[in-house]
Design a protein around this ligand. Structure first.
Ligand code: SF4
Ligand code: SF4
Ligand code: SF4
Length: 759
């Protein structure tokens, strides 16, 4: 990703857009922050927000007629925030006014003709920027009427004029706003601004100036057409601010027009979801104005508009304390680092690639592509630590290895119209159900049904290993072609998605559609209690698949309830994108959050979803548990098998099928399986957490026994064995039992190599 691409992506996220109030305010007061502070009772801090933005805040905060109010999003649910009344309250109640800090003198002077709000505001801004400013007005007594200050207490007006004087602004009382005066001032000063309330541009015989800059055809002269009657005081002050900015740019030799697109009120792109916001009417303003309590109550009605639509629903986006725009920048910086720590690796690897945020985002921010591309890029450049997804990739290799993989025609046939492809997770989670399903398909599908047991390659795809993924798809294609290109019957929604996108030449059909069309199993069993359907995130864009599942449920006589986020808005269980490998605690949080949203017993049709939800403590069934139960009793939610059991399940399934269906001899079991090993509950838990398989432990103990390399501690029955079968070194703490077996107490692994030590 280059800088231009980064900016293009960043711009898709509108979270940093101003709220409607601020965009609509001619002076862009941050009403959201103002209300937040006021709601918290922080009157002085709220007043400081106004003083930061408003010229002559003591006056404007009292007289503004709040054009922001109509734009306020609250107006769609109860009524816009009464900013005018709140500002008046704040102006009268604040105890401290922040001091003015004008910039040092620039050695430039400006003259202003007139004393309306545009003139006073221009003088305020120019004086604060270090200009010497002189205001020419007919009489000081004109000021209240020219600036709509009749209702403003005299002492307040006096105080603000005094602050202008403190900034170095001087007033001259004897001038008439005539062309002659303009000429004289142009000759004597660097720039002149004519307040349109004193003398509109047309009265000076000057063509209406460009409204963006107020620059006239006379160099150094700024003027404006006469403002429409009823123009908001804030808009009049904004006119003066515009003139001040143009004069400053002219003095600096800078462009008068660049970057001023959002100076006037504009429509913000910020999206704020108000579908759950209850209407709430404005707090009435008493004749004396708001008091502390009523002001706080009114300020509390502010919705603090922001988007965060994606973050609200994604534990991953929430976890890193930002939002996609900030993440895009972090990912870009991470990729650009030459030396030093890549702080965003975990951020990149923790995205579930589930696409919920993109679905929710009004701008469809491409978070999935951002993270997946970053993974691919870093893997390709050798910048991604191999440990991040190593376990999942080893598991994939194992599922595709000779002890698990199968590609065989239905026994007794030579060609098959169909091939059952359950993927690698279903055989790991529910091998018996796979066996029963395959038996049913062999009986019901016309034209014969082959069996293909292997992984679809999703782990390689998600980890950014394009080389491994391509090899995996090639191997899958070769198996499928060797079987005579039958229609692939998928049970796993991730497989369905992978095949659709990466093996488009193959015909695929979901198991649920096939069962619906060619016949359901004879004795499905349905539990009595309520079921809640969880759609796997890989079905987000597969409306047909989700519909097939619901049709099947109806055929079973059940209408499961659905969580608030389902269908296209379904949430990931924490498996997607290999989150559990990159960030196991976050994966557990994600699974727990999803589990909480399912009422009663969960029902799903992805083996990983089922297992992760079960692991999070949610009683959860797979659709196959209902369709192909072990016996005729209603299925009960089974616990999640651990990582070792999953592998064992795959191996045993293959052995059983080879034995009973194809009558082929299985390869002998590896030697390390002959050891009698027991595990303490603590050891089991640790191994699960550290992703150490029982087979890794068995291999380590076998190697230690064979080589006699065992560390013993004097006076303790505990022993330590170590083994480095690949890039990982394993350590196992054990003791021997009386029967010659092992009891394992602890295990750990690392990728470091201690230099100078032979192993
Ligand atoms: S009340 Fe006036 S100055 Fe205040 S935010 Fe609204 S438009 Fe801006
Ligand atoms: S609800 Fe609050 S933040 Fe939103 S537009 Fe209104 S004042 Fe601004
Ligand atoms: S939904 Fe998320 S990514 Fe989209 S604009 Fe909002 S904060 Fe940004």
């Amino acid at each position: 990703m280059d800088q231009a691409e980064l900016h293009r992506i960043e711009a898709r996220c509108i979270q940093e857009e101003p709220p409607r109030c601020r965009a609509a305010c001619p002076l862009h007061v941050d009403a959201r922050e103002f209300c937040t502070l006021l709601a918290a009772g922080r009157i002085d801090a709220a007043w400081a927000v106004l003083c930061r933005t408003l010229p002559l805040p003591g006056i404007l905060a009292r007289i503004c007629d709040a054009p922001c109010r109509a734009a306020c999003l609250r107006s769609q649910c109860g009524g816009g925030i009464d900013m005018a009344a709140l500002e008046r309250f704040c102006a009268t109640s604040a105890r401290k006014t922040p001091p003015l800090h004008p910039l040092p003198s620039r050695g430039k002077n400006a003259a202003i003709i007139g004393c309306g709000l545009p003139a006073l505001a221009a003088a305020w801004d120019l004086a604060r920027k270090g200009f010497a400013v002189r205001i020419h007005c007919r009489a000081m007594a004109d000021i209240p009427a020219s600036a709509y200050l009749e209702d403003c207490p005299t002492d307040i007006v006096e105080r603000e004029l005094e602050r202008l004087r403190t900034l170095g602004v001087t007033f001259v009382e004897d001038a008439e706003p005539a062309p002659k005066l303009v000429e004289a001032l142009l000759a004597a000063t660097d720039a002149v601004f004519v307040d349109p309330r004193a003398c509109p541009a047309e009265a000076l015989g000057i063509p209406a100036p460009d409204p963006t800059t107020l620059e006239t055809t006379r160099p150094g002269l700024f003027a404006a057409p006469s403002p429409a009657p009823g123009t908001s005081p804030a808009a009049l002050a904004a006119l003066g601010r515009k003139a001040a900015l143009s004069i400053e740019r002219l003095m600096q030799g800078a462009s008068l027009t660049a970057g001023r697109e959002r100076e006037a009120p504009f429509a913000s792109r910020l999206y704020t979801n108000i579908s759950d916001v209850a209407p709430l009417a404005p707090v009435p303003v008493p004749p004396t104005g708001y008091d502390d309590t009523s002001a706080r109550e009114e300020a509390r009605r502010c919705l603090r508009c922001e988007c965060m639509e994606c973050v609200r629903h994604c534990a991953y986006l929430e976890h890193f304390k930002g939002y996609p725009k900030t993440y895009a920048r972090q990912i870009y910086n991470n990729a650009s680092i030459v030396m030093g720590t890549r702080q965003a690796n975990t951020l990149i690897n923790s995205c579930m690639l589930c696409g919920l945020c993109e679905e929710l985002c009004p701008e469809h921010f491409p978070m999935v592509a951002l993270c997946l591309d970053a993974r691919r890029d870093m893997v390709q450049r050798g910048k991604m630590p191999p440990s991040a997804h190593e376990f999942a990739l080893r598991d994939m290799t194992f599922a595709n290895g000779e002890s698990c993989a199968v590609a065989k025609l239905q026994p007794g046939t030579t060609t098959n119209r169909w091939v059952f492809f359950p993927g690698c997770q279903l055989p790991a989670s529910a091998p018996d159900a796979v066996e029963r399903t395959y038996a049913h398909l062999r009986e019901t599908l016309p034209g014969g049904t082959a069996l293909l047991l292997r992984c679809c390659g999703a782990p390689a795809h998600w980890s950014g290993r394009q080389d491994l993924f391509a090899a995996s798809v090639d191997a899958l294609r070769a198996d499928w072609e060797a079987l005579g290109t039958p229609t692939l019957v998928t049970a796993c929604p991730t497989c369905a998605q992978m095949l659709r996108e990466h093996l488009p030449e193959a015909n695929t059909a979901s198991l649920w559609a096939v069962l619906g069309q060619y016949g359901m199993p004879p004795s499905p069993a349905v539990p009595a209690g309520p079921l809640c359907l969880h759609d796997p995130c890989t079905t987000r864009h597969d409306d047909a698949l989700r519909a097939q599942v619901r049709t099947l449920c109806a055929a079973l006589g059940i209408t499961p309830t659905e969580p608030s986020l389902s269908g296209r808005l379904t949430e990931c269980c924490g498996f997607g994108g290999l989150l559990a490998d990159a960030n196991a605690p976050l994966a557990a949080t994600v699974a727990a959050r999803r589990a909480e949203k399912l009422d009663g017993t969960g029902l799903t049709y992805c083996a990983m979803c089922r297992d992760l939800l079960a692991q999070a403590g949610k009683p959860c069934l797979h659709l196959l548990d209902l369709l192909f139960p072990a016996d005729d009793t209603p299925p009960t939610p089974r616990p999640a098998p651990g990582i070792s059991k999953r592998r064992e399940n795959r191996v045993r399934l293959r052995e059983r099928l080879m034995d009973t269906l194809w009558r082929e001899a299985n390869a002998p079991r590896p030697e390390h399986e002959s050891l009698a090993i027991a595990y303490t509950p603590a050891a089991k838990e640790i191994m699960e957490k550290r992703r150490i398989l029982e087979s890794d432990v068995a291999r380590t103990l076998f190697a230690a026994k064979r080589d006699g390399h065992i560390l013993a501690r004097a006076g303790s029955p505990r022993r330590l064995a170590t083994h480095r079968p690949s890039t990982v070194t394993y350590w196992v703490e054990f003791e021997c039992d009386a029967a010659g077996g092992y009891v394992v107490h602890n295990a750990w692994s690392h990728r470091m190599r201690v230099s100078g030590v032979e192993s």
